[in-house]
Ligand binder design. Sequence first.
Ligand SMILES: C[S@@+](CC[C@H](N)C(=O)[O-])C[C@H]1O[C@@H](n2cnc3c(N)ncnc32)[C@H](O)[C@@H]1O
Length: 297
Amino acid sequence: MVRPPRQHSRGLDLLLGLPPAADATVTAQRANVVNNARFQDLRLERWSATRDALWALVDRHLGAGARVLIVGAGNGDDLPLQRLADRAGSVTLVDIDAEAAARARARVTGAAQARITFHEHDVTGGAAEVIVASIVAGADHPTDLDLPTGAIAGGDFDLVLGDMLYTQLLQPALVQLRLPGARQLEYMRAFDGRLTEALVQRLQRSAAPQGRVVHVHDVACWSGSHDQPMELEEALSAPEPSWARLKRHDQCDPQLALERLRVLTVDRAWWEWPFEPNKRFLARGTVAVAGLPVDRR
Ligand SMILES: C[S@@+](CC[C@H](N)C(=O)[O-])C[C@H]1O[C@@H](n2cnc3c(N)ncnc32)[C@H](O)[C@@H]1O
């Protein structure tokens, strides 16, 4: 049941020893829009090698004239969008942030730009917003989330790319709400697994029968507040035996969701995502065959 938000002031909250009321203007969508608008020039330049690494993987699975779907396209800072659109027949960008997609598309030059279209869509079907609204209202965890699991943008794509949005469905809003770390973890543990698994099903179902689905995920973080048992360079030198030893948030890992769903994977690559000067990630691209075994029974 959703409890009404508390009506009393922040001063009274403090006197009563209650946590401050959540900022009622925060939504999952707005939190992502704020993040996407940050450090645009810096990111485009810093993430150049990230685009090359993703291209090296995608290049092996992208046929000329292919219909491509990119979900979590954002600003396209980490996407080799020009190269993708030069080879593809069409590229459909999906995101909840239309301004970011417009920035991404504007950077593509030549005939390729006309092949890119944008589809504004919340891949959680509003579920992330229900969770965030429950926090803002000071209510209990929602128990009746209705998570979509069907194809996105009509499906039938030759190549589907889910681009590092698995961790971003909920977490930006938790950060913007300034929830203490323990409460952020509580919500991440309660909902990230379900949000990720539903999204993985949607991406898998969006591909044509002979298509491929590339799931790109930031597996582990190195920053002032995230120490790891080894350096990123060491993990990158032997990622397969190393990644299981790293501190991770497995609930958001699409590869683990693919394993649970018994989907066959056919290719994999690892690279560094130099997010900010003091924050770097180990990223993994996992390529899966289209569809879900459960649909073929
Ligand atoms: C970390 S960014 C991925 C990087 C992005 N490809 C770029 O290069 O800028 C995650 C993206 O997922 C999008 N996103 C988050 N939640 C979403 C949702 N529920 N539906 C669709 N897109 C979402 C965000 O707006 C953001 O653009």
